[in-house]
Design a protein around this ligand. Structure first.
Ligand code: ADP
Ligand code: MG
Length: 322
């Protein structure tokens, strides 16, 4: 059996990259991180708990990816550039057959984003993954939730709903042909955080959030903090490729309330339309205009003809009473 220190050395320690923001990485009492002069440090933590956020026995490589991806997504939603991250890990056993693919999945996404694992904590216990990411952003350009204004247009990146479709198929709640599940499943297991888009939207978007709990629920946070309402066109939503093959009712429901999409929902003034499209092009991500913000509070969802549709926001709440 590996000791705690062998485990950290073998799976979570790599030679530091020179010239980056990390002055000192894994192995001392603290890591030392140097954000660019004049920028704010952006910090966010997300925890993944076995049986809560992922199935017991879930693929370790995918988990390593997802644990970091959901954290990077928060930096994307703030317009922050990723600098590094820490990993607090509770493990039932020091099992190389789990640790090896987990660290590969984790560090591959770190490499893809040019960031380093700079520290953490390791303990025995029920499987629990907690990552804290550090990023930086010029303070006046952070994409906060409270900057949206009435008449701004509302946008979303990528597509929505395929993660929920895959989840419900895996849970046996709906029937999905095996090839469709195979296509939809990476949206659930392997989300792609939109960091390049978040950074490109600095100075263009007035507010942003990442869609983790469902579009309506997450948009609700922007609306509340910005004291505005919204009208959404349900027929303008960018449905996931597999969800788009499903009946209208399910398409709308999963796109509006699906969860686990990790796309960016953001607001921008009408005059900023071309700038938004140029930012998306630069980031290599599609963006879709899905509605606009209103002075009247609350959310109205319509079809493309403007007729009102009725939808509740079922944003996920860990402490909701059933
Ligand atoms: P301390 O007793 O000072 O908290 P630890 O023995 O917990 O130190 O950790 C030793 C070093 O290994 C520290 O630099 C810590 O940040 C790092 N570390 C511990 N666990 C992890 C992990 N899962 N991933 C990356 N670094 C880790
Ligand atoms: Mg420690």
């Amino acid at each position: 059996m590996l000791s705690e220190f062998d485990l950290i050395a073998r799976y979570f320690t790599r030679p530091p990259r020179s010239g980056g923001p990390v002055t000192l990485g894994v192995g001392d009492d603290c890591a030392l991180l140097m954000p660019p002069a004049g920028e704010s440090l952006a910090v966010s933590t997300d925890m993944l708990v076995e049986g809560r956020h992922f199935f017991a026995g879930a693929d370790a490589h995918a988990l390593g990816h997802k644990a970091l991806a959901v954290n990077l997504s928060d930096l994307a939603a703030m317009g922050a550039r990723p600098l590094g991250f820490t990993l607090a890990l509770a493990l039932p056993a020091a099992d190389p057959a789990w640790l090896e693919p987990f660290s590969r999945g984790l560090l591959a996404l770190a490499d893809a984003n040019g960031i380093e694992l700079i520290g953490g904590d390791t303990t025995r216990g029920p499987l629990n993954l907690c990552i804290t990411v550090f990023g930086s952003v010029p303070p006046t350009q952070a994409l906060r939730r409270d900057g949206a204004r009435a008449d701004d247009e509302l946008w979303v990146s990528g597509t929505l709903g395929d993660a929920r479709l895959a989840l419900e198929a895996l849970q046996g709640k709906l029937a999905l042909a095996p090839d469709r599940l195979t296509t939809a499943r990476p949206r659930l297991d392997c989300p792609q955080p939109r960091n390049a888009l978040g950074i490109a939207l600095r100075g263009i978007a007035t507010a942003a959030i990442d869609v983790s709990d469902g579009l309506l629920g997450d948009l609700g946070h922007i609306l509340e903090r910005s004291s505005v309402g919204a009208v959404l066109d349900a027929d303008a939503l960018p449905f996931g490729a597999m969800l788009s093959l499903e009946p209208t009712e399910r398409r709308r429901a999963f796109a509006l309330n699906g969860g686990d999409d990790y796309e960016l929902c953001f607001a921008a003034p009408v005059q900023g339309r071309q700038a938004v499209l140029a930012a998306a092009m630069q980031a290599g991500v599609t963006v879709t205009r899905i509605g606009r913000l209103t002075r009247e509070h609350g959310v109205r969802v319509t079809d493309s003809g403007g007729a009102a549709l009725s939808f509740d926001s079922h944003s996920f709440d860990h402490f909701a009473t059933p």
